[in-house]
Design a protein around this ligand. Structure first.
Ligand SMILES: [Cu+2]
Length: 147
């Protein structure tokens, strides 16, 4: 084998490992939303302007976040309070087939996300814990951390 052969093999191997790392190991950091009911005034989550109004009298205040879907989930980690409803607006800004579904395995939810639209998914984490959400193939990953 010549030096060129080895170079090609090395380049191929590093490309393959990058792909594996990208899809399965990379923590998509830098985007963590912490949600709290609006009444506490400590919410740092981005609230969607398209909320359907949760301020009804006596209603449990929903925790809301908008998650941008574009090659991944942003934010990919959303911190919430357990035992309260969480309303996640998935804002899908791409047509890539990979992200056309979002799956909350713990809640038995599989939802189609139309491109360039917001789709609201509501879940209520019953107890503190980490609840993952993924694309239909389990490649894109995010999580709901309930405390
Ligand atoms: Cu996918």
């Amino acid at each position: 084998m010549t030096a060129i052969d080895w170079l090609v093999i090395a380049a191929g191997a590093s490309a393959v490992s990058w792909v594996l790392w990208y899809f399965f190991a990379a923590e998509r950091v830098g985007a963590v939303a912490t949600l709290a009911p609006a009444s506490t005034g400590t919410s740092t989550g981005t609230s969607t302007g398209t909320s359907t109004g949760t301020s009804g009298s006596g209603a449990v205040q929903a925790q809301q976040a908008t998650i941008t879907v574009k090659g991944g989930y942003s934010p990919a980690v959303v911190r919430v309070k357990a035992g309260r409803p969480v309303r996640l607006a998935f804002d899908r800004q791409e047509t890539s087939g990979c992200s056309e579904e979002v799956v909350f395995a713990d809640f038995g939810i599989r939802r189609y996300l139309p491109a360039h639209e917001q789709t609201v998914v509501e879940v209520t984490p019953p107890v503190p814990g980490t609840y993952a959400f993924t694309c239909g193939m389990g490649m894109l990953r995010g999580k709901l951390v309930a405390e």
